[in-house]
Design a protein. Structure first.
Length: 92
């Protein structure tokens, strides 16, 4: 299944997470300098680890300052972890 379809399906189940998923997808596009619909993205997503998610959090907190409180930063990490587990299952 294509990554963006997995994202849409996830957001239908968890619509309150839209903002965090959007920020994570922006980080993915920045890191991989390409479209999130590329076929190779499926394999890249499966290789994402905790360090990558941590770097995306640091980017959103320190570089572009989208998250300014400990609570929202913690929520971002939790949402992305949940999405990561969901997408690995869906993309497998």
């Amino acid at each position: 299944m294509e990554y963006l379809l997995v994202t849409d399906k996830f957001l239908k189940e968890y619509p309150d997470y839209r903002h965090d998923i959007k920020n994570f997808n922006e980080y993915l596009e920045l890191q991989w300098k390409g479209s999130l619909s590329d076929e190779t993205l499926r394999f890249m997503i499966q290789g994402i680890d905790v360090d990558f998610i941590l770097h995306s959090l640091i980017y959103n907190v320190e570089t572009i300052k989208k998250y300014k409180s400990k609570t929202t930063a913690k929520r971002y990490a939790t949402v992305i972890g949940q999405f990561f587990n969901y997408s690995n299952f869906a993309l497998a």
